[in-house]
Design a binder for this molecule. Structure first.
Ligand code: PMT
Length: 404
């Protein structure tokens, strides 16, 4: 999977820098074109000559050491990288990336890069658990960085605890699975709905909900990464939709119903993460409603349940619903799964901090016909999306599902 890929290996200043040499060697042996960038502190632990010999490329340390007048090195490197791996990543390197600093070759290249980033932290356990480090890692994860967790064992500082750099073969496995992800949904057509619907009362007022669209957008983005062709039907959102999708904008539940049913037959996978209104106004005024008396009573009627409609018309599609609950999660999730004829239900307890509407994280439980499949801890919505799509991809392979 890494054969022919251009990988930047960032090595920062910790005792585990020596493992960067083994990682470099393994990536080169697997066919990757590896460019190493070392921080000045890293060079105190291992020599650039070692990395130059192993990578068969010059090692970068100084932003101003411009060797080719035709290019600006950090931009050129960033533009041509398929992936950047920082191993080991010190607390300082993580803080600099989280804060957007650009004061050496590695941090400057990282700011200029648009490719994915894998971070393998290594540090003392108390540093690893420090709220500042935890906050920086969460911030980077919410921006899409992936982490290879440190292992537990004898640390150089004398502690036996979590903080030692993951073994080079584990980091290589994470890199492989990153590149491998691009083929998991290749050839599949995936429809995802995102955001909340808007039910008009008059030309300037409407009923809506707190959905930002982040969960649905994360699913769309992850599906693109996994090679799917993505159609995104989005209602009212506060986040920006990803590029590279077929974007259909809608307002009301009725418009979402029409947009979704219009493309349903072509789809292999449908994920309904939108928060759709259950009720809409019976009368929508053409004119702005005037104050009239102390109270105003709105008459509401049920909207069509889009997911249930899709469940009834299901042929080859793999149908995934969401459930926003605050109590009896399993009971309501399983009820929705059966009633709406879904293959999976992703339940989020929207009463929990860090879960549900608006934020960058979620806590979900995925249910299938057999019951609970996976209870995910607090994760970035991006990570939830990747894990969910992994489950979907596995089930599709198992069932031979999807349209031929
Ligand atoms: O957008 P974010 O800010 O990131 O927030 C994400 C989220 C909390 C909106 C998302 O994770 C989520 O839970 N989405 C589903 C919210 C919801 O409407 O849940 P529900 O339990 O009311 O509906 C169950 C399922 O039926 C959902 O898949 C929903 O899309 C669907 N439904 C509901 C009503 C309706 N008229 N038509 C539908 O298709």
């Amino acid at each position: 999977m890494v054969n022919g890929k251009t990988i930047i290996l960032g090595i920062t200043g910790g005792i585990a820098a020596y493992k960067g040499a083994a990682l470099c060697s393994k990536l080169v042996q697997a066919g990757a074109n590896v460019h190493v960038i070392m921080t000045e502190s890293a060079t105190k632990f291992i020599t650039p000559l070692t990395l130059q010999t192993l990578s068969r490329n010059p090692v970068y340390m100084d932003t101003f050491d411009e060797r080719d007048p035709a290019v600006v090195s950090h931009i050129h490197l960033a533009d041509h990288a398929d992936l950047i791996v920082i191993a080991p990543a010190t607390a300082n390197a993580i803080a600099k990336l989280a804060g957007g600093h650009a004061d050496d070759m590695l941090s400057t290249t990282l700011l200029a890069a648009t490719c994915p980033i894998i971070i393998a932290p290594a540090m003392n356990v108390h540093m690893y658990e420090h709220p500042a480090v935890v906050h920086n890692m969460e911030l980077l994860a919410s921006r899409g960085a992936m982490f290879v967790e440190p292992g537990t064992g004898q640390l150089a500082c004398g502690y036996v605890a979590k903080g030692r750099l993951a073994e080079p073969e584990d980091i290589v496995a994470a890199i492989h699975s990153w590149f491998d992800a691009g083929s998991k949904l290749k050839g599949k057509r995936l429809l995802v709905t995102a955001g909340g619907t808007m039910e008009r009362l008059d030309p300037v007022r409407y009923l809506t909900n707190d959905s930002s669209g982040k969960m649905g957008f994360a699913i769309a983005e992850a599906a693109l990464l996994m090679g799917a062709e993505v159609t995104l039907v989005a209602g009212r959102t506060t986040a920006a939709p990803p590029s590279g999708v077929n974007l259909i904008r809608v307002e009301s539940a009725q418009q979402m119903l029409e947009a979704v049913t219009g493309v349903y037959a072509e789809m292999d996978i449908v994920v309904k993460s939108a928060a759709v209104a259950d009720y809409r106004a019976v009368y929508v005024s053409d004119q702005k409603l005037k104050k009239n008396g102390e109270n105003l009573v709105l008459e509401l009627e049920r909207t069509t349940d889009i997911l249930e409609t899709l469940g009834k018309r299901k042929q080859h599609q793999f149908l995934v619903g969401f459930a926003a609950e605050t109590e009896q999660i399993e009971h309501y999730a399983m009820d929705k799964l059966t009633r709406k004829n879904c293959d999976l239900i992703v339940a989020n307890d929207v009463g929990l901090a860090g879960a549900g509407f608006n934020g960058d994280t979620n806590i979900v439980q995925v249910f299938g016909p057999e019951g609970l499949i996976e209870a995910m801890p607090l994760l970035s919505k991006r990570e939830v999306a990747l894990r969910l799509l992994d489950i979907i991809a596995e089930r599709l392979v198992f069932s031979g599902g999807g349209k031929e």
